[in-house]
Design a protein around this ligand. Sequence first.
Ligand code: SAH
Length: 350
Amino acid sequence: MNSSDLLSLTPQEMQARFAEEGLPRYRAGQVYGWLYKGVPYAEMGNLPCELRTHLEERYPLTLPRIERKLTSAIDGTVKYLFSLCDGQRIESVVMKYEHGYTICISCQAGCRMGCGFCASTLCGLARNLRPSEMLGQIIVASRDLGVRISNVVMMGIGEPMDNLDNVLRFLHLVNLKEGLNIGYRHISLSTCGVVDGIRRLAKENLPITLSISLHFTDDEARSAMMPINRKWQIAELLDACADYFRSTGRRISFEFTLIQGQNDSPGQARKLAALLRAHLGAGTPLHVNLIPVNPVAERGLLPSERARVDRFCKTLCDLGVNATVRRKLGSDVNASCGQLRYSEGERSVL
Ligand code: SAH
């Protein structure tokens, strides 16, 4: 880990670091509190001036900087384009629900998974985000909006399982009482199906919600659109989900993007129900989120019509599979699923 990255440390690690430098331990607690409020060193009022200067030089703060901010006129959803300390750009989205504010964060600049319907992967992977850069998105957005963010979804740019060490540290940090104090049950993590990552996450036994971007019911179609399926096919993926449920007891959520004429027939819905039953068993709690595909200019895919989406949903429900159609938020600021991209020059959608 980068030795000057203070925000990626736990309170104990920060204390140890301060002790090594001959600084009083209680100073670490003070700094920790300020860091999580997004306050720059210059404004850490209870620290002596020399200490602020020392910290500024030794541990420069590298919070994401708001480059653009778009607020939806329809539902108040806010999309941020952040630039990171090395100029990389990422996006986050804050949504308001009845139960509070939810942030959708990015875990990588770009993505190398190559899914054929997704904007985030168009330029490939630039780099992994550090735990502090994942926390930073929440800290900066929360300070900017003046609200407490109580839910986190790791469904922005990037594949969490492709940066799992940093993601696990982030999950630990975001949960700490001294920090943002966001309960594991208020955190969801989505993966395109990296099975070894799912198995590793299961061992951590965190009560977060695992979400699987399934989208297809047959391997041929899934492999054509989602290269990860060439490594781990649907059966292996669903078996890993069953094991995840057995070890964590947490309900699994499946994302199913409906693309006109490709995967949206009632027959496909029946096949999905049968697959889930076969691999997860009848009693396993699960939820299917149906999302009409959001058009991405470069991809040329069309969303299924509303009546077809409703029919798909009803077919699943009639077969005893808990399914809902995802509400679309922030559509006027391009904040919907799969619309976030590693923005650069004219490729930017902003
Ligand atoms: N890499 C992780 C996290 C990204 S989450 C994953 O794949 O799960 C983003 C979600 O949006 C995923 O479920 C992804 O499959 C979905 N998505 C991507 N492009 C989309 C599009 N054009 N329309 C609807 N959903 C899309």
